[in-house]
Design a protein around this ligand. Structure first.
Ligand code: HDE
Length: 720
């Protein structure tokens, strides 16, 4: 069989065919033609002070390349961070799918995962309130499989034809390009208020799920219903899930906004550093399987992407795990140039007729053509499959492969018939032969008309603190609107989700809750579809789904958590070091923060190195605070307004705070001290609110593992 000459397909390393175009470390500086450069500091001039000569090819080449360094950013999901790793199967799926990488437990498949926000530009902040993209490219031996999902299991719209409208509405407004990476503006909520199907996903977006503590601490979902197809051509429906081993955790909204200012790369840095320090992020991979015969047994349509299958109804079966263990060498070459596509499937995985998914199948290649500039984007190293590529596609901008021979068509004899078509038994992809016999219609199925019952299920499933955060998120977002009628329409829509939610949001906005029926129909343009598919009243049996709340998530580890230790001259070295060692032994990372960099002198005269000063550190960048013993240190810090602010903020954001000995004096000056210690509450109660006085390291570790003490918001009247 004749083969095409192909670039090395080791996607894990960027190696060129003919020449070494790697980093060039230890090599001479050259032009792009390989000519060694003698002077890269000065352009070629007519005399020392003379004009620069057009002849200077070295200058021209360098500037020209620079002028063209930027490519269009992704139309959505522009800001992202990615990493390499592997997927390891633990349970064979051979009963359901013939996909090779899902057959034999222990099989490892290389992956590249990219996480992103949706609305913001490439340079925007990581902590925007937004859905997060969760896209994974599996480099399987049968070709690339892309699972291009999000960190919420549902989507805003039911039909791809509405996607440009949704995105136009959420992106900065076109007249003034404001606001960046934010949904709190008129056009977004105008669209939402006229699109009742968006309400379920809106509930997720207004919840803390939209403010992850870390990319490593968020779930991922394939969103659509897909199909598995086995060797016998039998199919089942499948939904995909990623479950983070560290649990699902979020930050508070006030904190998110402050992080955006203090470190807009907060998530990117967190992912990078976790991998650099060997704390490889891990997710369990799960599936929900629905037999074909059960397609219509639910009170929602499996094809409707605004619906999830509650885990209480179809449990998630864990079948493997993903480990991310290598940072990219080059952000542009890998994270920026990776091109995902929900249509990149392998034999054994197929599509359902979800109209949102069907539209996506067109969009992704189309967008890569303008973003990456050529139909040969699959030849960019990060996009190359490890499976060999043989076909009759030729040429085009930036073609890398040097195809040999006379034959570039099929069928042929000039090429000995190569490359051959593969039979199904040889791994050739055969679409699932679903029977379709239908009329062409431009309509929506009645079974998609229930827009509110799962929004209600989501709200009812939240803890009290989570509900409060949702109320405040609506108050914030709608409070930013300039058009009162949009605000009122959204509140009217909320009455369909939960009357109390609507009333509380309305109270915060100082408006009356209006009649939902009127509201939903008023101001809707005559040609606007929503009124034609007003909600169907469905009363699902399931009233609460625990899996929808983050309250019951994994809380058993402080691995990679960032702990601030505030200290000054006179700190008790033992008190500081004992806690520091215990926290680090449990996997946390500690930073000693003082008024200045360099060293502080401990009570016993020893010098202690300072990691960060109050100028460069910020409370919002840490998970917990420790105040060690040492009378002088505590007293110096009480005169340091930044130290008091630091503790107050940690208290407001419901983080664990521990003080030892004299460290407690410092606590007394803060809101934490006033609210808890000075009110003479029982010590047990301090603990319940995550304030620990003279407690041992084990107790502090447990408190940090709890992530946040949201109970503090109500008990101490603080709003995180
Ligand atoms: Fe995407 N989406 N999308 N999307 N999407 C893109 O492709 C699109 C949708 C998702 O890290 C674009 O390469 C349409 C749902 C992720 O590179 C674009 C529709 C879900 C990423 C595009 C949807 C997603 C994208 C922009 C409605 C969750 C980032 C750049 C029919 C299941 C991938 C690009 C990465 C990216 C189109 C809806 C997830 C324009 C038309 C639903 C994670 O092609």
């Amino acid at each position: 069989m004749r083969t095409t000459k192909k670039a090395e397909t080791d996607n894990t390393k960027t190696v060129d065919l003919a020449q070494n175009t790697e980093s060039g470390q230890g090599e001479f500086l050259t032009t792009n033609q390989g000519l060694r450069i003698n002077d890269d500091q000065n352009s070629l001039k007519a005399g020392e002070r003379g004009a620069t000569l057009l002849e200077d090819f070295q200058l021209r080449e360098k500037i020209t390349h620079f002028d063209h360094e930027r490519i269009p950013e992704r139309i959505v999901h522009a800001r992202g961070s990615g990493a390499h790793g592997y997927f390891e199967l633990s349970e064979s799926m051979s009963q359901y799918t013939k996909a090779k990488f899902l057959q034999t437990p222990g099989t490892r498949t290389p992956v590249f995962a990219r996480f992103s926000t949706v609305a913001g530009s490439r340079g925007s902040s990581d902590l925007a309130r937004d859905v997060r993209g969760f896209a994974v490219k599996f480099y399987t031996e049968e070709g690339n499989y892309d699972l291009v999902g999000n960190n919420v299991p549902v989507f805003f719209i039911q039909d791809a034809i509405k996607f440009p409208d949704l995105i136009h509405a959420v992106k900065p407004e076109p007249n003034n390009e404001m606001p960046q990476a934010a949904s709190a503006h008129d056009t977004f909520w105008d669209f939402v208020s006229l699109t009742p199907e968006s309400m379920h996903t809106i509930m997720w977006a207004m919840s803390d799920r939209a403010l992850p503590r870390s990319l490593r601490m968020m779930e991922g979902f394939g969103v659509h219903t897909f199909r598995f197809v086995n060797e016998n051509n039998e199919s089942v429906f499948v939904k995909f899930h990623w479950k983070p081993v560290l649990g699902v955790h979020s930050v508070a909204w006030d904190e998110a906004q402050k992080i955006s200012g203090k470190d807009s790369d907060f998530h990117r840095r967190d992912l990078w550093e976790a991998i650099e320090t060997g704390n490889f992020p891990e997710w369990n991979f799960g599936v929900q399987i629905v037999e074909e015969k059960d397609e219509f047994k639910f009170d929602f349509d499996l094809l409707d992407p605004t619906k999830l299958i509650p885990e209480e109804i179809v449990p998630v079966q864990i079948i493997g795990k993903m480990v991310l263990n290598r940072n990219p060498e080059n952000f542009f070459a890998e994270t920026e140039q990776i091109a995902f596509h929900p249509g990149h499937v392998v034999s054994g995985i197929d599509f359902s007729n979800d109209p949102l998914l069907q539209g996506r199948l067109f969009s992704y290649t189309d967008t890569q053509l303008s973003r990456l500039g050529s139909p040969n984007f699959h030849e960019i190293p990060i996009n190359r499959p490890i499976a060999p590529v043989h076909n009759n596609q030729r040429d085009g901008h930036m073609r890398q492969t040097i195809n040999e021979g006379q034959s570039s068509y099929h069928p042929n004899t000039t090429g000995g018939g190569c490359p051959f078509q593969a039979k199904a038994a040889e791994g050739g992809f055969v679409s699932y032969n679903e029977q379709i016999d239908a009329r062409k219609v431009r309509t929506r199925s009645q079974s998609f008309f229930d827009h509110f019952s799962q929004a209600t299920l989501f709200f009812n499933s939240q803890s009290e603190a989570e509900k409060n955060h949702i109320v405040n998120a609506f108050r914030f977002e709608l409070g930013k609107l300039e058009t009162a009628s949009i605000r009122e329409r959204v509140v009217g829509m909320l009455t369909k989700v939960d009357k109390e939610l609507a009333a509380r949001v309305a109270e915060g906005l100082g408006i009356q809750v209006s009649q939902p029926e009127q509201d939903l129909n008023q101001n809707i343009p005559a040609d606007g579809d929503p009124k034609d598919y007003q909600s169907l009243n469905v009363h699902p049996e399931l009233k609460i789904s625990k899996a929808l709340s983050m309250a019951g998530t994994v809380k058993d580890s402080i691995k990679t958590r960032q702990i601030a230790i505030l200290a000054a001259d006179g700190v008790d070295e033992n008190s500081l070091n004992a806690m520091k060692k215990a926290l680090e032994a449990a996997g946390a990372q500690t930073k000693i923060i003082a008024s200045h960099l360099g060293f502080i002198a401990a009570e016993n005269g020893n010098q202690i190195i300072v990691d960060q000063s109050f100028l460069t550190a910020a409370s919002v960048l840490f998970d917990a605070v420790y105040l060690p013993d040492g009378a002088k240190s505590a007293s110096l810090l009480t005169d340091e307004p930044d130290a008091i602010d630091f503790i107050n903020e940690a208290f407001k954001h419901c983080k664990a705070i521990a003080a030892d000995g004299a460290g407690a004096y410092l606590l007394d000056l803060t809101a934490a001290g006033n609210k808890i210690r000075n009110e003479n509450k029982a010590e047990k109660e301090h603990m319940a609110y995550g304030i620990l006085l003279n407690r041992n390291s084990k107790e502090f570790i447990n408190a940090i593992a709890n992530h946040r003490f949201w109970e503090r918001e109500k008990a101490c009247n603080v709003l995180a």
